[in-house]
Write a protein that binds this ligand. Structure first.
Ligand SMILES: [Ca+2]
Ligand SMILES: [Ca+2]
Length: 97
């Protein structure tokens, strides 16, 4: 999923938070050495993949025709409701109006 080279870490492919099934942490160890006499030190790096608002909300039905009688009382509901879904994970990324 990610490539670790001499000095940088970068994604090898597009990351989709919604398909990670909760496996959002990637850990690896970095080792640094110096020349003779060689000294070594290590660091553990954890990359936490976070959700982005990359999925649009979808509303269903996408089209609706409603007949409204001219004698309809003021305040009468014209239709019941729409259903809207959003595949993003964080509430802030799937909140819609
Ligand atoms: Ca997302
Ligand atoms: Ca969204």
């Amino acid at each position: 999923m990610i490539c670790i080279s001499k000095s940088c870490v970068f994604p090898l492919q597009r990351i989709d938070f919604e398909t990670l099934s909760g496996n959002t942490l990637i850990s690896f160890q970095v080792r640094v050495t110096d020349p003779d006499p060689q000294h070594v030190d290590y660091a553990t790096v954890t990359v936490n993949i976070t959700d982005a608002n990359d999925n649009p909300p979808r509303v269903s039905p996408s089209r609706m025709t409603v007949n409204l009688s001219e004698s309809t009382d003021v305040g009468t509901a014209v239709f019941q409701s729409f259903v809207a879904v959003d595949d993003d994970s964080l509430e802030q990324n799937k909140r819609f109006q």
